[in-house]
Design a protein around this ligand. Structure first.
Ligand SMILES: NC(=O)c1ccc[n+]([C@@H]2O[C@H](COP(=O)([O-])OP(=O)(O)OC[C@H]3O[C@@H](n4cnc5c(N)ncnc54)[C@H](OP(=O)(O)O)[C@@H]3O)[C@@H](O)[C@H]2O)c1
Length: 372
């Protein structure tokens, strides 16, 4: 071999020249050794990372803890201009004593949206967890809901103040009318008049927006007929969102389509089928099939499907690993998304949450044909 370093030497060359050549050879060996060591090290890192990703079955999420691909929205912009984060931690049925830890875990993972309600009975602990996270209040989106017993205009501000005190915050990002059913004070008896005409309730909520105690107002569990019944009034602020049940069993494609056409964001509650049906939802064949094909979990398939449908999604969990899992959203390929959408909308819808009977109503709250 002939090169600058391996110059052939004549037999009669001096010992000095021989020493110089030996030095050069040692130097070259050192350089080659370092080069090979660095290359081997980098290759090792590459193999290790890809192996781990395969083993854990995890792909990189498009937003969430490792926000590497932004093809799906991480926020939606509401009529007020406020940006509501797409994925929230739901805290219904998150018991006192465990809800605070769940909120803390979620905030650590990267959630910036907590979906709560006065009726969940856990607002004080949620508020403490938010405070102790040290994250500035303006960086966290907090939703609460006005319970049925407080729809009378004079009862709304005290109910809101109670929520604000418990959450230990001067304002809510979003306050929803929890159900389109008003109860008479301190009872579970329906107030027919206030249920048929929710405008006085809405007008009071608008006042509280102007007062700075709420940034956005919205509705929950309203079907199209009930939304029209409300928006037929001269509203100062239109509903920012409608929070409704949306899951594999009850995907409500008509409501989703209508809401898109009318610029109303839907929030998907019980997105995994709620405690009652989460097991069935995570074992639906098409959900399992997509999960295997993409190397993501069934819950991630369902949550990603909701985001691709264009809704906010509110999975609830008090389990740290699931809280983290649920925050990883993936942009499902169009063909797989369509397969899941078709499967979800091809069977008779079945609601998971419907308190009509429990409240002793002789009608279904969700009936589109109810007269008002
Ligand atoms: N506006 C309304 O009237 C209304 C009604 C219902 C719900 N909501 C809102 O929507 C939120 C979510 O609804 P939801 O609580 O009914 O049901 P959900 O989020 O569909 O399901 C929650 C159940 O799924 C389990 N789970 C969560 N992630 C999982 C995962 N990755 N793998 C396996 N299991 C998992 C939870 O268990 P663990 O907690 O034990 O992990 C819990 O049992 C509520 O918390 C609330 O904020 C609103």
């Amino acid at each position: 071999m002939s090169s600058f370093f391996y110059k052939p030497l004549a037999a009669d060359e001096s010992g000095e020249l021989f020493e110089e050549t030996r030095r050069r050879r040692t130097h070259v060996k050192k350089i080659l050794f370092h080069f090979v060591a660095v290359a081997a090290f980098l290759y090792g890192i590459y193999l290790g990372t890809s192996g781990l990703l395969k083993l854990s079955g995890k792909r990189r999420p498009c937003h969430g803890p490792t926000n590497l691909n932004s093809t799906l929205p991480s926020h939606y912009t509401l009529p007020s201009g406020d940006k509501i984060p797409t994925v929230a931690l739901g805290v219904w049925q998150a018991a006192r004593g465990e809800v605070g830890a769940a909120v803390s875990s979620a905030l650590k993972v990267g959630y910036r949206h907590i979906d709560g309600a006065w009726a969940y009975g856990n607002e004080a602990e949620v508020g403490q967890a938010v405070k102790s996270s040290g994250i500035p209040r303006e960086d966290i989106w907090i939703t609460s809901k006005l319970w049925n017993t407080f729809h009378a205009p004079e009862d709304i501000e005290p109910a809101l103040d109670d929520t604000l005190t418990k959450l230990d915050t001067p304002y809510l990002d979003l306050y929803l009318i929890h159900w389109p059913v008003a109860f008479k004070k301190n009872t579970n008896e329906v107030d027919e008049e206030l249920t048929a005409n929710p405008y006085p309730t809405w007008a009071k909520l608008e006042e509280l927006v102007d007062k700075g105690k709420i940034r956005n107002i919205g509705i929950s569990n309203f079907n199209i007929a009930r939304i029209k019944n409300l928006t037929a009034n001269p509203l100062k602020y239109k509903p920012a969102v409608n929070q409704v049940e949306l899951n594999y069993f009850n995907p409500q494609p008509e409501l989703l389509q209508w809401s898109k056409e009318n610029g109303l964001i839907l929030e998907a509650y019980s997105p995994l089928g709620s405690t009652k049906q989460v097991k069935e939802a995570l074992n639906v064949p098409i959900v399992l099939n997509i999960s295997h094909r993409l190397g993501i979990t069934p819950a991630q398939v369902l949550i990603s499907w909701h985001v691709k449908r264009g809704t906010v999604v509110l999975p609830k969990s008090v389990t740290t690993s699931r809280i983290e899992e649920n925050f990883a959203v993936f942009d499902l390929p169009d063909d797989l998304f369509t397969k899941l959408e078709t499967a979800a909308t091809s069977h008779p819808p079945q609601r998971v949450v419907n308190p009509s009977q429990g409240w002793g109503l002789d009608y279904d709250i969700f009936d589109e044909n109810l007269p008002y």
